[in-house]
Write a protein that binds this ligand. Structure first.
Ligand SMILES: [Zn+2]
Length: 57
């Protein structure tokens, strides 16, 4: 099973069962929750340059 790292909180996410994902600059990002997805979409460059910052909120 392929796993991806949630760029917002750093959790591992199963790519096959992931419900929350978004495409940014041609790359797919996976999230553990809708909250992380929304957070990422607000400021994708922040998470891509700084790395996971822990659960938002
Ligand atoms: Zn997350």
């Amino acid at each position: 099973m392929a796993k991806a790292i949630d760029p917002v909180c750093g959790m591992e996410v199963e790519t096959q069962t992931a419900q929350y994902k978004t495409v940014y600059k041609g790359k797919i990002y996976y999230f553990c929750s809708n909250m992380c997805k929304v957070e990422f979409e607000k400021n994708p460059d922040y998470y891509l340059t700084k790395g996971p910052q822990g659960m938002p909120g």
